[in-house]
Design a binder for this molecule. Structure first.
Ligand SMILES: Cc1ncc(COP(=O)(O)O)c(C=O)c1O
Length: 482
């Protein structure tokens, strides 16, 4: 639940972004706004100060709070496509460090893509969990079915239908998060040593899954706004014996790109023609900033061989460990693979989430949290524009809550991540979003990803300032071309 001053700040931020208050224009005087909105003066002052810290306003002794000129860093460059070849994945140790930092309150957790508790519906979850403990005690004292609780599978089938994917509840397999859905999918269609086509930069959890399964990654360069382009995939398929392709078509992690529906259809058709399964990770599909919920590849190409993977980790809570997998052509095999991996997923979170879906609280929470994620991304983009060295480029995500930064090429992002950790700030260095290619300079070694779903407070402002200073120090090193 956010405080009143945060709610007011969010509304004012949206008004500024929509151009209702323009650069140089004065916001209503504190007392006037407090009276108009029936709020205390302290609440209005707190929200103005928040917007000042985020770079939207400046305090002017004569005119009160004035909208500041905003500097948006330029968008990511669509660099010429490098030649790619398949390679084994290694060195995902940093990802474990980020995961630990996300659970340690001493760290400013800008590394792992984990929403701070303030973005999650704690109250609704508590009530639903308590309700299940009271009403269904017997369900909690046995193994749940390997494919999951039917109550949740039914609700997920309804949720999928909202964005055009018509599936039967019996085709839904409940997993321990999307990570398990990805791992089961890969297990179902590959053998160790096989080549899997992935996006570049790629979500590092996928790289971990490839490493665990002994698979080779063929990392395909992606467009910053549209994701993987069909012609790039086509060329790769002509050259390499690809056994599966993994994509995040909706609001990818880390770029935030959204693939046009026509490209989803073309890619599904291209893979179907060659008998290659498509593993679709739709983790962020429900978290778009505007417009209707984008369709999944599964919805657009129901006849294709698709493994649809998703999760409640970014919408309800990562600790539920609750995801799902739908691959209509492989349901029986996946149920067996789930059974031999870890028998089943616990009933308690499944039944509680089924309740939140059934009583509409899931959808209500989405309506509430999507503008908050959007505002957090906008506020951090703005601060990066004000603080970071010239030459910094920034993704323009259309959903989700992560930002991808291309820093000036002389910045060593691995070193930056180490230096930041020493100051108790975690960030994700670009190198962990790519398989290491033997003998090559690591990819994305001057890029970082930031998690924006953190409390928008003074601590965040200080952390961004520290990161910007560390970049400047690297650029000022003797011999640095920056
Ligand atoms: C794109 C993507 N897929 C999968 C996952 C893993 O999700 P889960 O926590 O449900 O295993 C994440 C988490 O960061 C993610 O960003």
């Amino acid at each position: 639940m956010s405080f009143l001053y945060q709610q007011l700040a969010l509304q004012l931020q949206q008004q500024i972004e929509q151009g209702q208050y323009r650069c140089g224009e004065r916001l209503p005087a504190v007392r006037e706004l407090a009276k108009r909105r029936n709020l205390s003066v302290a609440t209005v002052v707190a929200s103005y100060r928040k917007l000042e810290a985020e770079g939207y306003l400046m305090a002017n002794s004569r005119s009160g709070y004035v909208v500041k000129a905003r500097y948006q860093p330029p968008p990511l460059s669509n660099a010429p496509l490098p030649q790619t070849s398949p390679s084994m994945v290694s060195s995902q140790q940093m990802a474990l460090t980020l995961s630990k930092a996300a659970a340690d309150s001493r760290y400013m957790a800008l590394g792992a893509a984990v929403p701070a508790p303030a973005f999650l519906p704690l109250h609704a979850l508590q009530k639903a969990l308590q309700h299940i403990v009271k009403s269904e005690p017997a369900r909690l004292l046995r193994y749940e079915a390997s494919s999951g609780a039917m109550e949740l599978r039914q609700q997920i089938a309804r949720l999928m239908a909202l964005h055009g994917a018509v599936v039967a509840p019996e085709q839904v397999i409940i997993t321990n998060g999307c990570q398990e859905a990805l791992m089961l999918s890969l297990k179902a269609v590959t053998q160790p040593g096989d080549i899997v086509a992935i996006e570049s930069p790629a979500f590092y959890g996928l790289l971990q899954a490839l490493q665990a399964a002994g698979l080779q990654a063929l990392a395909l360069p992606c467009d910053a706004r549209q994701g993987l382009q069909p012609d790039v995939l086509q060329q790769a398929l002509a050259k390499w014996p690809v056994k599966a392709c993994v994509l995040i078509a909706n609001y990818s992690n880390p770029l935030g790109s959204l693939m046009p529906d026509a490209h989803k259809q073309q890619i599904a058709a291209m893979l179907t023609e060659r008998g290659i399964p498509l593993i679709e990770d739709d983790t962020y599909g429900d978290l778009g900033f505007s417009g209707p919920r984008p369709a999944s590849c599964l919805a657009l190409a129901p006849q294709a061989d698709i493994f649809y993977c998703s999760t409640f980790s970014k919408t309800l809570s990562p600790d539920l460990r609750l995801g799902w997998l739908i691959a209509p052509k492989h349901t029986a095999r996946l149920e067996y693979l789930k059974f031999i991996s870890n028998i089943s997923t616990a009933a308690l979170p499944q039944l509680a989430v089924a309740k939140l879906l059934q009583n509409g609280q899931y959808q209500r929470h989405l309506q509430h949290v999507k503008p908050q994620y959007q505002a957090a991304v906008a506020a951090i983009s703005n601060q990066i524009g004000q603080l970071f060295p010239q030459g910094t480029r920034l993704s323009q995500p259309q959903g989700g809550f992560v930002l991808w930064l291309e820093l000036p090429s002389a910045v060593d992002a691995n070193l930056l991540a180490q230096q930041a950790l020493e100051q108790q700030i975690s960030i994700a260095p670009g190198a962990i979003f790519a398989p290491a290619l033997a003998g090559n300079k690591p990819a994305f070694d001057h890029c970082i990803r930031l998690n924006c779903a953190v409390l928008q407070d003074a601590r965040l402002g200080r952390a961004l300032q520290t990161l910007a200073q560390l970049c400047q120090q690297q650029l000022a090193r003797p011999g640095s071309p920056g």
